[in-house]
Design a protein around this ligand. Structure first.
Ligand code: URP
Ligand code: ZN
Ligand code: ZN
Ligand code: ZN
Length: 486
């Protein structure tokens, strides 16, 4: 069970405020935040003097235990979550994949995968085809199952991709339910062409993956998705924004007042594509994901956009695979299962890239790693804040300590790490999840089954006033003409 814990003397960082205070935790929730809290001697006391006490990270984008190209990611819910906790993330939102197009069958399968969870989690639902059943099931997902977001794929032709007509149907349905539409933005038809072109040129290695789906295709789909969302007056969330070009589409839409959310992921913020040209196949293949990791320069542009508020929150797209699985594509990059790790590394890498570099304050960091995600998916301030009544999901970060990333010591199940050798300032020394100390002194103590399913109710802040916008639109239409036949 959870303990009574007092964290003393740290700088408590919320997105709205930083203050030196004590934090008292009881029954898995924050009971008080103020100075000089006095407690009994059966309370565990953690001294956080000189350190930052922050809401645990919320990763809005993970794939644990997902089937991909005849294989399954090496991290299931339990191992992925354990790794996350060791890196300061205390909740994640995973993508449910339907079974033969059935949302409820997909949900059932994911509920089973998540049974042994050691960390709180929520679900997005992926829409892979469109018909009356899917439309009806979306309603059930929102009204009965605590799901308030749906992901549509504009890529993966012949598998998950849906066309613009169906995308518009999906957007309309999302709006009517108060659920957020998400897009994987790449032009799937063009990617298919690009892949054929590479194979014809004899480029079969991992670099062919990058060359076959350039940033222009991500920008095209991002712009198209945004314009279709504008046509539907539907809020839109663009997942894994990987290029400056796609980011500019989001910036332009936001400047015009459209409700668009952009999610960069850690790989896009701190990596570049040079690894894909590594002569060693195993090294190159670990960088294969979609949309691809871009050339140097895109990373810095995405960091700047995050700092400026053009992009709002950071995910990982954690989808970890072993070198043996990546080797399925040794003779053809199209057969390399897509995905990189990040669930354990996100909090460290974002702190180092954004705060340590001087591009962001600690409060901004909390906003992009936790608070904004909780707000968007309508679970704030239960999550995403250290306030009396919030869940006791808290980390203690020492800004003067450093981290080093290597597959030799990471907690995920993969034999490789796309961030191998990365070092930086700022170390998560303690993680408290649901009032339990699960990570301290380099030791992980997780409890299978202790993680709770977090229901996410519809109509978050992105929907406030949307009905007014719709009414304004209708009243702005030029009156139809009453015609007669001469
Ligand atoms: O390469 C990736 N991103 N794999 C995970 C699936 C997705 O498209 O998010
Ligand atoms: Zn007591
Ligand atoms: Zn995707
Ligand atoms: Zn993903």
């Amino acid at each position: 069970s959870s303990s009574k814990i007092l964290i003393t003397g740290g700088t408590v960082v919320n997105a709205h405020q930083q203050v030196i205070a004590d934090v008292y935790i009881e029954e898995g929730v924050v009971a008080a935040v103020k100075s000089n809290i006095k407690v009994d001697d059966d309370v565990i006391v953690l001294d956080a003097t000189g350190k930052f006490v922050m809401p645990g990270g919320i990763d809005p984008h993970t794939h644990l235990g997902m089937d991909v190209l005849n294989t399954t990611t090496v991290d299931d819910f339990f191992t992925g979550q354990a790794a996350a906790l060791a890196g300061g993330t205390t909740m994640h939102i995973d993508f449910v994949i339907p079974v033969n197009g059935s949302l409820s069958a997909g949900l059932k399968a994911y509920q089973k995968k998540a049974e042994d969870s050691c960390m709180d989690y929520g679900f997005h639902m992926v829409i892979t085809k469109w018909n009356e059943d899917v439309s009806r099931e979306m309603e059930i997902m929102v009204k009965e199952n605590g799901i308030n977001s749906f992901k549509f794929f504009m890529a993966y032709k012949g598998a998950l991709m849906i066309n613009d007509e169906l995308l518009l149907e999906g957007f309309k349905k999302c709006k009517s339910l108060g659920a957020l539409a998400m897009i994987h933005a790449e032009n799937g038809d063009a990617v298919f062409e690009g892949q054929k072109r590479m194979i014809e040129l004899g480029i079969t290695g991992p670099e062919g993956h990058d060359l076959s789906r350039p940033a222009v295709l991500e920008a095209e789909a991002t712009g198209r998705g945004i314009r279709l969302a504008s046509f539907s007056n539907t809020p839109l969330y663009v997942v894994h924004v990987m290029s400056r070009d796609a980011m500019e589409e989001i910036a332009k839409a936001r400047r015009s007042g459209q409700r668009v959310i952009g999610e960069p992921i850690v790989s896009g913020l701190v990596l570049n594509n040079s690894g894909l040209w590594d002569p060693d196949f195993t090294t190159a293949a670990k960088f294969v994901m979609s949309p691809p990791i871009r050339a140097a320069g895109h990373d810095k542009a995405l960091q700047a956009a995050l700092s400026a508020g053009v992009l709002q929150l950071v995910g990982t797209d954690h989808c970890s695979l072993n070198s043996t699985q990546k080797a399925f594509g040794i003779n053809d990059f199209r057969k390399i299962p897509n995905g990189v790790n990040g669930i354990e590394e996100r909090m460290h890498l974002v702190w180092d890239a954004m705060v340590e570099s001087g591009q962001m304050s600690p409060s901004d960091y909390v906003r992009v790693t936790s608070t904004e995600c909780a707000r968007i998916f309508n679970i704030y301030p239960k999550k995403g804040a250290i306030l009396a009544g919030s869940d006791a999901d808290i980390i203690i970060l020492n800004p003067n300590s450093s981290f080093k990333i290597t597959a030799k010591s990471h907690h995920t199940n993969s034999d490789t790490n796309v961030y191998e050798g990365f070092t930086g300032k700022g170390k998560v020394e303690v993680t408290i999840a649901g009032g339990r100390i699960v990570w301290a002194n380099g030791e992980l103590k997780v409890v299978p089954g202790s993680g709770k399913y977090i229901r996410m109710p519809p109509f978050g802040y992105l929907f406030d006033g949307l009905d007014r916008a719709d009414a304004n639109y209708l009243s702005s239409l030029r009156a139809p003409v009453k015609r007669f036949k001469s």
